[in-house]
Design a protein. Structure first.
Length: 159
């Protein structure tokens, strides 16, 4: 499939979004997708006071937000200077996939469950997965919006 370089971020982001939405039906992929967030949570549990456990959830959420913010800023700064090839956008989306879905899970845990934990908490990943899937499309649109446009598109043609 040939993807136009001008819109490759949006097209690949849409493909990842649709793929994520379809993978929601498996129930296991959403759970696996939030495991990097669980790793950060275990690190935060050793660094912050565990009473109440919501402190760990808040620290994890803040850490994931910082990671996402710095990674997106870095990606957008690079996109301004160089044109990403399709495989580079796929690599970016693959890495961001785990960050965005983990962040979506922790936002869902904070807003819907108020950081309450029970044995079924991990299945909340399935509930948060469809909404966080659209983050990949948004990232693709952002990548395309900061690209340097070719001269043919920025200057009016003289006849």
């Amino acid at each position: 499939m040939k993807i136009d370089q001008q819109n490759n971020g949006t097209v690949i982001g849409a493909i990842f979004t649709v793929g994520s939405l379809l993978l929601t039906l498996t129930f296991i992929v959403p759970v696996i997708s939030v495991l990097p967030g669980a790793l950060i949570e275990s690190i935060m549990a050793s660094m912050v006071n565990n009473e109440p456990y919501s402190n760990v959830g808040k620290a994890t959420l803040a850490t994931l937000l910082i990671i996402l913010m710095f990674s997106v800023i870095g990606i957008l700064n690079k996109a301004k200077k160089t044109e990403f090839k399709n495989r580079q956008v796929v690599g970016i989306m693959t890495i961001e996939y785990f960050i965005i879905h983990s962040l979506g899970f922790y936002i869902f845990w904070a807003t819907s469950l108020n950081f309450r934990a029970d044995g079924q908490l991990i299945f909340s990943a399935v509930k948060s997965f469809p909404a966080s899937s659209f983050g990949l499309l948004i990232l693709g649109i952002l990548i395309d919006s900061v690209k340097i446009k070719p001269a043919a598109f920025t200057k009016p043609r003289i006849k």
